[in-house]
Design a protein around this ligand. Sequence first.
Ligand code: SF4
Length: 220
Amino acid sequence: MARESTQALAARLEKIIAGLRRTYPDAHCELNYSNPLELLVATILSAQCTDKQVNIVTASLFPKYRTAADYANAEPAVFEQEIKRIGLYRNKAKNIQACARKLVERHGGRVPDSMAELIELDGVGRKTANVVLGNAYNIASGIVVDTHVARLSQRLGLTRETTPEKIETALAKITPESEWTMLSHLLIWHGRRRCSARGPDCSNCEIADLCPRIGVAKRD
Ligand code: SF4
């Protein structure tokens, strides 16, 4: 397939976004949270784990841990047990408590609203920071690239890049800033519901006419 110009790509992506908005009019972050601290903790917990599983754990965690100090002061062994249903729970427990200590020491217990400050926190990389900034603070700092966004960006021919950072840069070039947060939600929703890793349902796909299906095996 010939390379599309940046302009043509941006125009096609605009149509893809419109199609996905029609398909998923209420696409949103599927982690449950009611404030930036809860979203930060939920996002750290969600690495390599389903949102559903995280929501089950945070339903009993959040009523107990209301401030950063609550996490910082928790007994490590008790806190570990409370998130035990989550993959990599030991590591995540350590990160959340270290992160909470920094929130207390450096930010008066508040979750900062800048990329530079967020990525200084334990367990927080660009992806987690983008989730918090875009959803809790409504700040378009970048584009969340998780496994769904990465896979769909390839299949839809939006980029040939393969690392999350490079995919993010490529998508940012062809997406209006006002759509950065929503683009991730839409691709994640479509990835979960239609364009799964193992079995993309191309014959029923709502944006099939806009998709070159890069790397998707043809079916009879
Ligand atoms: S046409 Fe197939 S590969 Fe393309 S987005 Fe739809 S399900 Fe995914």
